[in-house]
Design a protein around this ligand. Structure first.
Ligand code: NAD
Length: 298
């Protein structure tokens, strides 16, 4: 099964990165967004990625121009999917939006098209029925930024046909990702199954006064050889996401300590504009955070 024409649905933070990564690797890309504003945002992202790839990643102007020439943009779903071999969906993380998107997509996509979702917190089986083709539907999950954190978590649900699973693993590799096969549905895939508990316990150690964040990071870095500790990772992920996860999980499980922790993150960081690397300060100050100093681990 040949994959050459790829449609990206949702031109936001992740969709625009996936579109860029796919185009720069030689595939034809159509970016679809339900809203003109979303599509314009995607075009702006692509202008920025063009500069980033030229200045920071050593990609030539010719390659960038060729990638841009391979991307087209539309708000018309029928036009977007007319000859799609694969669709990568990055519409907002709301079940009703995903369901109505797949209902609509199922009406227009040709039979050959493989559907993939980039949902971070939902399982493919939650909207497999709406796709009308559960056997050709699975998750292909990216991390942010797609090109640096280049794992592609490929996850089947119980009705996915193995041949499409293999085709998507191959596709992920062809767009520069390291494909990670996930044979059963797992909330949080592999990365977040590991990371969320680590970050959660680290925050508990800090917010309950067991130790300070630098010592917790040092412990992790020295003992595992990692280049970054849990609090460095929290700055990278961003306080808003860390807060959202703590509040969501705390509310779901009625865990008062977790809700308290979410409130502390809000009061001590978010309300003070310390959102992490994106604003130059979280637990550490950027650029040049202390944990990158060779003396940090001494
Ligand atoms: P975003 O809000 O930046 O972008 C969503 C885009 O979808 C917007 O441009 C919006 O106009 C468009 N949209 C809304 N409804 C639509 C519809 N019905 N059809 C088509 N387009 C529609 O969101 P995001 O951060 O890019 O997240 C999108 C998906 O990617 C989510 O499922 C999220 O879990 C996943 N994801 C996000 C990240 C991240 O770091 N942001 C990482 C991995 C996966």
């Amino acid at each position: 099964m040949k994959i050459q024409n790829v449609t990206i649905a949702g031109a936001g933070v992740l969709g625009s990165q996936i579109a860029w990564q796919t185009a720069i690797h030689g595939f034809n890309v159509i970016v679809y967004d339900a809203f003109e504003k979303g599509l314009e945002g995607g075009k702006e992202f692509h202008k920025r990625f063009a500069v980033l790839f030229k200045e920071k990643r050593g990609v030539s102007q010719e390659e960038i121009d060729a990638a841009l020439a391979r991307i087209s943009y539309t708000t018309n779903i029928e036009e977007a999917v007319i000859d799609a071999d694969l669709i990568s969906e990055s519409v907002p993380e709301k079940l009703e939006i995903k369901k109505s998107f797949y209902n609509e997509l199922a009406r227009f996509a040709p039979e050959k098209t493989i559907f993939t979702t980039n949902s971070s917190t939902m399982l493919p089986s939650m909207f497999a029925k709406e796709t009308g083709r559960p056997e050709k539907f699975l998750a292909l999950h990216f991390a942010n930024p797609v090109w640096d954190a280049n794992i592609g978590e490929v996850m089947m649900h119980k009705d996915t046909d193995i041949q499409y699973f293999e085709a998507v693993l191959e596709f992920a590799k062809n767009i520069g990702m390291v494909p990670i096969p996930i044979h059963k549905e797992q909330a949080g895939y592999i990365l977040n199954s590991l990371l969320v508990p680590l970050l959660s316990i680290s925050q508990n150690l800090y917010f309950t006064g067991v130790s300070d964040y630098e010592s917790i990071d040092k412990t992790w870095m020295i003992s595992t050889g990692a280049k970054i500790g849990p609090f460095g990772i929290i700055d990278m992920v961003g306080m808003q996401t860390v807060y959202n996860i703590a509040l969501m999980n705390g509310t779901k499980t009625n865990d008062k300590a977790m809700i308290d922790r979410a409130n502390k993150i809000k009061a001590e960081f978010i309300d003070k504009g310390k959102m992490g690397i994106s604003t130059g300060e979280g637990f550490y100050k950027y650029p040049n955070p202390k944990y990158q100093d060779p003396n940090f681990l001494k």
